[in-house]
Design a protein around this ligand. Sequence first.
Ligand code: MD3
Ligand code: FE
Length: 202
Amino acid sequence: MSGTPLDVNGVRILKGFLSQGLQREVVSDLRDVAAIAPFRRYETPGGKKMSVRMSAAGKVGWVTDRAGYRYDALQPDGEAWPEMPATVLDVWSAASGVERMPDSCLINFYGKGAKMGLHQDRDEADLDWPVVSISLGDDALFRIGQVTRGGPTRSIWLHSGDVAVLSGAARLAYHGIDRIRFGSSSLLPDGGRINVTMRVAE
Ligand code: MD3
Ligand code: FE
């Protein structure tokens, strides 16, 4: 696993970090995860249905409903989350720069028209640990701003196989996905994009 690092507002982007073969292996492992933890459309605390479908793996999984955003040891149906695939953990070890292993990964699926508004990731107990993100499938327009809302933002297209490492000040920067180019990649037979983010949640 290697790639040319690119710095966008303190986010380290490793272009083409995963080979096509490894991307296919990760997708295959994520299908096994989804058989146990199906992709769900959650409601925000404000009552809006998100356009992104989400699954998770690990000791805890990120969920949201009217009660709020949180990490939960159980899925909404009361089942435990599946284990994090070894392929995904290997990406963390190769990219994160820390010895500690993640205890959760969030898996986002973007179908046609799905997007994610600007937000901060701050539901983890210790915000000093990095987050590592893997992009799979269709291209996505990623936007990253500042630690405070409303500052200047920069945009960059993320492609299948790219890995982003969020550490230092960038860990708390506002970020989101403005849109995807549906059908731009052939990795997923029915199109769409998957983003896997590994985290130390607890
Ligand atoms: C910058 N996911 O799951 S990945 C998320 O493509 C999330 O699905 C987006 O934002 C996606 O929370 C963006 C890149 C990313 C992930 C986590 C970050 C950027 C980040 C955490 C802090 C700052
Ligand atoms: Fe995020």
